[in-house]
Design a protein around this ligand. Structure first.
Ligand SMILES: [Zn+2]
Length: 114
């Protein structure tokens, strides 16, 4: 049997998989990524990884550090170069958070709590 890897997290799909239509093509993702991302988020995430490389959770961190890391990414963005708090910097923070295995819900939860 062929081994299928999730397009988003690159993990081998051993049980349930989900087929999604993104833009004009079909992708196969694992049940966990299906739970973590909406269809719109998936399109954004896949484009981001295609452009810059990597995958969701490439440098996975423990859930207990996620909030702290999101705060650091946002804080760094706002203090290092406040004049440059542009879309580019926000994209960079989001990209880095995704590499660490932090999904949009977790990012938003942290932002809401700052
Ligand atoms: Zn996955």
């Amino acid at each position: 049997m062929a081994i299928i890897n999730c397009v988003v997290c690159k993990n081998e799909i051993k049980e349930k998989y989900v087929v999604k239509k993104i833009s004009f093509k079909y992708i196969v993702i694992c049940a966990e990524c299906d739970k973590n991302f909406s269809t719109e988020e998936l399109e954004f995430v896949i484009n981001l990884f295609q452009a810059f490389g990597g995958h969701f959770g490439k440098f996975k961190i423990s859930p207990r550090y996620k909030q702290k890391v999101v705060k650091e990414l946002l804080y760094k963005e706002n203090t290092e170069n406040p004049a440059n708090s542009s879309l580019k910097f926000k994209l960079n923070a989001i990209y880095r958070a995704l590499l660490l295995g932090i999904n949009f819900k977790e990012m938003q939860l942290t932002i809401n709590n700052i």
